[in-house]
Design a protein around this ligand. Structure first.
Ligand code: AHR
Length: 519
C-alpha cells in the first residue's frame, strides 16, 4: 500500500506550484525571425495631426512674427521645430479634423492684414483670423522636414475649391492658381502628395451615408488629378468610425481602386463618451478600461483589413489611421472646446501598444496620425507662453522612431496576463524590425500596472553580438511632465538586459516601454 505523503511535502509541493504559476504568468517570450522580413514599416505610420483647435496652431506651432518674445522662424516656434525634427516627424495633417470641413483655403492666402475672419464653430466658437494659412503650413512642413497631408473641405466646400487648391500648391506651369501662388511669394510648387477627401463624413463632415459619400468621393477624386506634377498623389477617403466595417466595405466596393490610394479609420481610446474622466487622476479600473479601448485597435485594424483584402487582395489601397489617441476631460479651468489635456504614463502605454499594432500590419497600414501634436488630446508637446515640455507620448514615439522605414521582422509573442478582478488583458505588446544598417530593434510595452515581466527574446536567423535597451518608466501611472518639472519622465538605459547566445532576457517594469537594440 502506498504511504500518504507527509503534510509538509504537500505544503512544499503547493508552494512550488504557485511559484511556477506566478513565474509563468509574469514571463513572456518573443521569437524573432531576423532573416525573414519582407514588408517595410512606412515612416508615415509615425505621422501627426494639427488642427485649428484650441491652442494647437495658435500658441502651439505658431506665435506670429511680431508681438512675441518667443524665438520663431516666420512665426513658427523654434523650440517646437527642433523637438519635432528630433522626433523625425514624417508627415503632418492639417487643417482638421472637423474644422477642415468649414475651411476655405482662399481665406488664408495673401497679405495677412487683408484676410477675412471666420468663427470656428466646432471648437469654442473663437474667431479665426486666418493668419496661419496654406503658405504658413506648407513652409512650416519644409522647416520640419515633414510631408504635408492636406485635409480638403467636402462638407461645405466645392469640387472647384479643392481642384484650385491642388493647382495652387502643385502646378509648376502657368495657370491661374499657380500664378496666384507666385504673386503671393512662392515660385516653386510644394508638390503636396497626401490629400484627404473630407473628414468624418459620417459625422461632422456632413452626416452622410457611406453610399452617398462614395459617390461624392468619386466626383471629387475625378477632378484631383491633372495638377500633380510628379504623378504620385495619394487620395485618402474619409474612413470609418472605429468598428463601422460597413463603411469600409461600402467604400471598397463602390469606389474604383484606381481613384483611391487610401481609406482612413478613426479610433480614440475613450472610457465613455459621456464620462471621459480626468487625464491625470484616474483609478486602476479607469486605466484598465482605457487600455481595453486602446488594445481594440488590433481587432479594428485586423477586421478592416479583412474587408479590404476581400476587394483589394493585392493591397493597393492603404489603411490610413489618421486620427488615434487617448481622449479625456479637459484640464480643470480650461476651455472645454479646446480639448487641452495632460499626458501620463497611461498615454505612453496607448502609444506603445498602438504603434506596435501598426508596425505589425505595415503591409496595409501605410500611414497614421496621432491626435494631436501640440496642446490638444494626446499631444507630444505642451506649451505655456515661452515654455515647452515633451510628454511621455513624445518620448515613446521618439524611442520607436528606429522602426521608421525599417523592415518588419516576423515575430511570435507568447504573452502573459494583466488581470484586474475577473478581467484580463494581454500584458505585453511587441514588434520588431531591421534597419538599413542591419540593427534589429524590438519595441515592447508592459501595460500591467503592478507586475514587472521577464521577457525572453529569441533571435533566429542572426548571430547576436550585442544587446542594449532603453526604458521609459515612472513610479506612478499618473505621473506626467509638468512645466515645473518637465524632465520627470524621460527615457533611460535599461540595466536588466542579459544576453546569452542568441537569446536576450529583459525585465520590463510595470507600465513601461522598452526598446531593445540588437546587433
Ligand atoms: O481630433 C479632434 C476631433 O476628433 C477631430 O476634429 C475630428 O475629426 C474627430 O472627431
Amino acid at each position: 500500500m502506498k504511504a500518504n505523503p507527509k503534510p509538509y511535502f504537500i505544503v512544499l509541493f503547493a508552494f512550488l506550484q504557485i511559484g511556477l504559476i506566478a513565474q509563468a504568468s509574469n514571463r513572456g517570450k518573443v521569437i524573432i525571425n531576423a532573416d525573414l522580413g519582407k514588408d517595410t514599416i512606412s515612416r508615415h505610420i509615425y505621422g501627426h495631426f494639427s488642427e485649428h483647435l484650441g491652442r494647437c496652431i495658435y500658441d502651439g506651432f505658431y506665435v506670429g512674427e511680431s508681438n512675441t518674445r518667443i524665438p520663431n522662424t516666420k512665426g513658427v516656434r523654434n523650440d517646437v521645430v527642433q523637438a519635432l525634427k528630433e522626433l523625425k516627424i514624417p508627415n503632418l495633417r492639417w487643417p482638421g479634423g472637423c474644422f477642415a470641413d468649414t475651411y476655405h483655403w482662399k481665406d488664408g492666402i495673401g497679405p495677412k492684414a487683408g484676410r477675412p475672419s471666420i468663427v470656428n464653430t466646432w471648437w469654442g466658437n473663437v474667431t479665426e483670423d486666418n493668419s496661419f494659412g496654406t503658405h504658413d503650413f506648407l513652409d512650416m512642413c519644409e522647416l520640419l522636414g515633414a510631408e504635408p497631408y492636406l485635409s480638403a473641405n467636402v462638407g461645405s466646400g466645392t469640387v472647384q475649391e479643392l481642384a484650385d487648391w491642388i493647382q495652387y500648391t502643385n502646378h509648376n506651369g502657368k495657370s491661374p492658381m499657380a500664378d496666384l501662388r507666385r504673386k503671393n511669394g512662392r515660385e516653386q510648387p510644394w508638390n503636396v502628395r497626401y490629400w484627404g477627401v473630407g473628414n468624418e463624413t459620417w459625422g461632422c463632415g456632413g452626416n452622410m451615408t457611406a453610399e452617398y459619400y462614395a459617390n461624392i468621393y468619386r466626383q471629387y477624386a475625378t477632378f484631383m488629378s491633372g495638377w500633380a506634377n510628379n504623378g504620385t498623389m495619394v487620395r485618402i477617403a474619409s474612413g470609418a468610425n472605429s468598428s463601422d466595417y460597413n463603411w469600409t466595405e461600402t467604400l471598397m466596393r463602390n469606389i474604383p481602386h484606381n481613384m483611391m490610394e487610401g481609406v482612413a479609420l478613426h479610433h480614440y481610446s475613450v472610457i465613455d463618451w459621456s464620462a471621459k474622466s480626468s487625464a491625470t487622476q484616474f483609478s486602476e479600473e479607469q486605466y484598465f478600461t482605457t487600455m481595453k479601448r486602446a488594445l481594440q485597435m488590433e481587432e479594428l485594424v485586423q477586421r478592416h483589413i479583412t474587408v479590404m483584402d476581400k476587394y483589394d487582395p493585392r493591397k493597393r489601397v492603404a489603411l490610413v489611421v489618421d486620427e488615434w489617441g487617448g481622449w479625456y476631460d479637459v484640464e480643470p479651468g480650461t476651455n472645454p472646446g479646446f480639448l487641452y489635456q495632460q499626458n501620463t504614463m497611461r498615454d505612453a502605454m496607448i502609444a506603445a501598444t498602438t504603434l506596435n499594432t501598426f508596425n505589425n500590419h505595415c503591409d496595409r497600414v501605410k500611414m497614421a496620425n496621432l491626435a494631436q501634436t501640440i496642446n490638444v488630446l494626446q499631444a507630444v508637446i505642451l506649451t505655456k507662453e515661452d515654455k515647452m515640455l515633451l510628454t511621455p507620448t513624445y518620448h515613446t514615439m521618439k524611442m520607436y522612431n528606429v522602426h521608421q522605414d525599417a523592415v518588419l521582422l516576423p515575430a511570435t509573442l507568447q504573452n502573459c496576463d494583466f488581470a484586474l478582478g475577473k478581467e484580463k488583458l494581454p500584458a505585453l505588446s511587441a514588434s520588431a524590425s531591421k534597419d538599413k544598417n542591419g540593427a534589429v530593434h524590438v519595441s515592447l510595452a508592459n501595460i500591467d500596472s503592478k507586475e514587472p515581466k521577464i521577457v525572453t527574446l529569441e533571435f533566429r536567423g542572426m548571430a547576436v553580438v550585442s544587446a542594449e535597451a532603453q526604458v521609459l518608466r515612472s513610479p506612478n501611472l499618473q505621473d506626467y511632465n509638468s512645466f515645473e518639472s518637465p524632465n520627470k519622465i524621460q527615457p533611460a538605459p535599461l540595466r536588466q538586459v542579459k544576453k546569452s547566445g542568441n537569446t536576450v532576457e529583459v525585465e520590463i517594469p510595470p507600465f513601461s516601454v522598452v526598446v531593445v537594440e540588437v546587433k
